[in-house]
Design a protein around this ligand. Sequence first.
Ligand code: SF4
Length: 290
Amino acid sequence: MINYEGAVFRPPSEARSLIIQATIGCSHNKCTFCSMYKEKTFRARDFSDVEKDLISARSMYSSIRRIFLADGDALILSTERLVQILESVRRIFPECERVGIYGTSRSINLKSEQELIHLRELGLGIVYLGLESGNDEILRSINKGESSEDIVRAGKKARKAGLLVSVTAISGLGGQRLRTEHAKDTAKALSLMNPDFIGFLSLMVEPGTQLWEEVSSGSFTLLTPQEIIEEMVIFLKNIDSPGTVFRSNHASNYFSLYGNLNEDIPSMLGELDEAMKDQDLLRHEFMRRL
Ligand code: SF4
C-alpha cells in the first residue's frame, strides 16, 4: 500500500502518473489564494518511507511510465536526496520514462546548473513552476515571496539544463485594479522565459484563504467572466513565445483554449471573440473547479 499523507495534488498533465510524496506540504505555504497545503507543516519525508512507497507501487503496477514527486515543492529537497530518490526510481522502475516535480524559483535558483543537469540525467524530466503573474505588485500582494525576475531566471535556468518547463499563470489574479498590468506583464515574463508549456487557471477564491477575506472585505474585486476573456485577449496580443504549447483548458477556466505559440494566436483570438459574443460558450460558475 502507498502511504499518502493528507490531500495530494498534481498537475493535470500528470493525471496518469504514479504519485509519490517526497515532501509533505509546501516549503513556502504563504500565497494568499492557495489552500492546498494549509493543513500541512512542511517537511521532507524520510528516504526509507519514499522507497517503501516505490516498492509497494512496484507490487501493484506492472508498468509505470511516469512518476510525479509531490508535494509542492519537492524540488526544494537537497540534490543529494533527490539523487537518492531518482536512483531508487531507476532501480525499481527501469521502464519509467519521466519523473516530474513541482518547483519554485527558489528551489531552482538554489541549485547549480550542473546539479540540475545531473538530476535530468537521472530521469527528472519536467518541472512545474508557478509564475501566477508577471507583475511584481501582484506577486507582492499575493505573498508569492518571489519576483517576476526570480521566476523568469529559474525557468530559463531549468530549460538550459535540459528540463522541460511547464509554467502556470492565473487569470484574474490582479483583480479589477491591475487586470491590464497582469495580462501584459505576464505575457512579458513568459515571453522572456519561453517555456515548453504554459497553463492558465482562472482564479477561484477558497474559504479559509487570505484572499477570501480580501474579497469579503471588498479590498479585492474579482473579474467577471467577460473581463477574464478580455484579459486573455490582452495576454495573447502581447505574448511572444515561439514553440510553447499553450493551454487554458483547466476546469477552473470559463473558456478552454489550446494551441501552439505563436502560430495559433490568431485562431485563439478568434475563439475568444466568439466567446465574447456568445456567453453560452462559457463554462457555468457551478461547473468550475480547481
Ligand atoms: S501556490 Fe504554490 S508556492 Fe504558493 S503556497 Fe501554494 S503550493 Fe506553495
